[in-house]
Design a protein around this ligand. Structure first.
Ligand code: SF4
Ligand code: SF4
Length: 147
């Protein structure tokens, strides 16, 4: 996963969530059994210091496992073990994204969709089952629930 989005960051650990933002024909949502954004290798995200506070930066680094995945990520179940208490930078919410990235609420839907696509593409591939499910979910609103 990589810092390569046109938005300047990777959505570090969006997590599984039921939060949805409507905008146009597609509506962002997190799909169950993905976790592509929980790969936190800092080498893939060189601009962390631009949107994380010093405390958050320290927290972020403390979460990076030896394999680059978040230590809180259950790779078998593909779930976040601390979902209710996940950090601000793991939350796809208007307030947090406005604070960190200057994203206006009306821009969040498109921004989140593009970031998820990049994460999923990097981790699983453009033709992966995860990408197919994500595209289906945002196009059809077939929610997969959350953790
Ligand atoms: S805290 Fe949870 S949502 Fe955040 S990166 Fe880790 S596993 Fe993903
Ligand atoms: S990349 Fe997107 S769909 Fe996948 S777990 Fe993260 S927020 Fe959910």
């Amino acid at each position: 996963m990589v810092e390569a989005t046109p938005f300047g960051l990777r959505l570090s650990a969006l997590g599984r969530t039921i939060v949805k933002f409507s905008n146009g024909m597609k509506t962002w949502q997190c799909i169950r059994g993905c976790g592509a954004c929980c790969y936190l290798d800092p080498s893939e995200r060189p601009d962390l210091e631009e949107y994380l506070s010093p405390e958050e930066l320290q927290q972020y680094f403390s979460m990076v496992g030896h394999d680059g995945w978040c230590v809180n990520y259950d790779r078998v179940g593909k779930t976040c073990r601390i979902y209710p208490d996940r950090p601000r930078f793991c939350r796809v919410e208007p307030e947090s994204f406005g604070e960190m990235f200057g994203i206006e609420p009306e821009e969040l839907n498109e921004f989140a969709i593009e970031c998820c696509r990049e994460h999923i593409s990097d981790i699983y591939g453009d033709n992966s089952w995860e990408m197919v499910r994500f595209e289906s979910a945002i196009a059809n609103g077939d929610a997969h629930g959350s953790e």
